[in-house]
Ligand binder design. Structure first.
Ligand code: C2O
Ligand code: CU
Ligand code: CU
Length: 475
């Protein structure tokens, strides 16, 4: 079965009937076998050469993993790539030993070895999985896939679609450019590529039907590319961010912002005209707007005369509400990058010692959190910067003192986003990856209820590797 067919079986089929209360649900397997192995993929369409990629189960994106909220899952990962790897289940609140960070939560999976991940996802929603070992190269070569955790309740939609978006840097002859870890890039925007795929291929059109309500799950699986999607002629409504339902709302100025690793679920009532096409534009970077795809309406008459009259809200997940009155407060200040004192060697913020010279350029870290640079990927001996007593409510004020954007990600918890630059964030949103603009200050809160050592890092992977990473312990 082709990957496309697979996605349709996985996503399309079961939800076309979701409107009837006795909807037939395909029993999702809670046992998965995931093999990391090289393969070839036609990323840029039939006219372009194939690309050597690294895959989960032979495809990019890797097999869709479909789990059920509150039901145990067992995922057996074996590796046939020729370097150590792990799998991290991004955004899922799971036991620390299942978090997939080499050296911190598990030994790395060596070539030819197997590791079994077992956990019960407490939250329904859109998540994803990727390596946490040499991630810049492993994610950059294609190791990534989506995880959908199904709600217990039926959601009133006609179709459930997944757009797994990924950014690639391809050479003229269609291969993945091999120089990973360019120091200059690491101190700037990171490795932004030149080819964006939707479910593993450059997309011309995506078929829709007039009158249908689609739940569209957007996943940004890029190393570094930030996206801002606009749907011409349509009004998507955001119903979940990073898997967590929020109050349904239209995105600001109609642009859906998606930092690397972020997920946004939108509901779209397809109110366009049968036979017409509508562009989906990503215009995040000034002067570099491009058409991600087009919604291509079938000729068939509308499915219904008026938009579906059902609530857009998704059932909330069982997240512990932080107690702001008694919360412990901490600051996390993001520092460094090109144009900072860290890069010119004139600053004193690192406190001398090993830190003089051309930070980042001469081989040292380019970034820091509270003056400390943890570099590379998961490794042994990562000491926690902060320790929280289990059950405490925590408020983190993240201050971006740099001139660059950072999608800041915390493992093992979801963060209630409270304020951005002093203003309350509306829509009761929870995120595991918070996109910060240059100079932004964002306050988030959570209950430290999941014991273990958890990474907090920028998900522009070059930034993480070059020092924008720390570990927080829940004891
Ligand atoms: Cu997508 Cu450390 O994670
Ligand atoms: Cu993660
Ligand atoms: Cu960053």
């Amino acid at each position: 079965m082709s990957r496309r067919a697979l996605l349709q079986v996985g996503a399309g089929l079961l939800l076309t009937t979701a409107l009837s209360p006795r909807a037939v649900r395909a029993a999702p397997s809670t046992e998965y076998q995931v093999t990391a192995a090289p393969a070839r993929a036609r990323l840029a369409g039939p006219a372009r050469p194939e690309t050597d990629v690294w895959t989960y189960n032979g495809t990019v994106p890797g097999s869709l993993v479909r789990l059920r909220q509150g039901e145990p899952a067992r995922l057996t990962v074996d590796s046939r790539i020729d370097q150590e790897t792990t799998v991290h289940w991004h955004g899922i609140r799971l036991p620390n030993a299942m978090d997939g960070v080499p050296g911190l939560t598990q030994p790395p999976i060596k070539p030819g070895e197997t590791f079994v991940y077992e956990f019960t996802p407490p939250d329904a929603g859109t998540f994803w999985y990727h390596p946490h070992s040499n991630s810049l190269e492993q994610l950059g070569r294609g190791l990534a896939g989506a995880v959908i955790v199904e709600e217990r309740e039926v959601v009133a939609i006609d179709r459930d679609l997944l757009w797994f978006l990924a950014d690639w840097r391809l050479t003229e002859d269609g291969e993945i450019a091999s120089r990973f870890g360019n120091r200059m890039e690491a101190a700037m925007s990171g490795r932004v590529g030149n080819t964006v795929t939707l479910n593993g291929r450059v997309s011309e059109t995506e078929a829709v039907r007039a009158g249908e309500r689609v739940r569209l799950r957007l996943v940004n699986g890029s190393l570094a590319r930030i996206m801002a999607l606009r749907f011409e002629g349509h009004r998507p409504v955001i119903v979940a961010i990073d898997g967590q339902p929020c109050d349904a709302h239209e995105p600001e100025r109609g642009r859906i912002l998606l930092g690397p690793a972020m997920r946004v679920d939108v509901m779209i009532d397809m109110q366009g005209e049968p036979g017409r096409r509508y562009g989906v534009i990503d215009d995040f970077y000034d002067g570099l707007a491009y058409r991600l795809t087009e919604l291509a309406y079938e000729e068939r008459p509308p499915l219904r005369a008026h938009p579906l009259d059902a609530s857009l809200d998704l059932p909330r997940n069982p997240l512990p509400e932080p107690d702001l009155a008694t919360a412990e407060r901490h600051d996390l200040t993001l520092q460094g990058g090109m144009m900072s004192s860290m890069m010119t060697g004139t600053g004193s913020m690192m406190g001398g010692g090993m830190m003089h010279g051309m930070m980042g350029m001469g081989g040292g870290p380019a970034w820091a959190i509270n003056g400390m640079s943890m570099t590379g990927d998961g490794h042994a001996g990562m000491e926690p910067a902060l320790t929280f007593q289990r059950g405490r409510s925590i408020v983190l004020a993240m201050r971006n003192e740099t001139a660059w954007w950072h999608p800041m990600h915390f493992h093992g918890h979801s963060l209630r986003v409270l304020r951005r630059n002093g203003r309350p964030v509306l829509h009761r949103q929870w995120q595991d990856t918070v996109l910060m603009a240059p100079k932004d200050v964002v306050e988030v809160a959570f209950v430290a209820d999941n014991p273990g050592d958890w990474m907090l890092h920028c998900h522009v992977i070059d930034h993480q590797m070059a020092g924008l990473m720390t570990v927080l312990r829940v004891a």
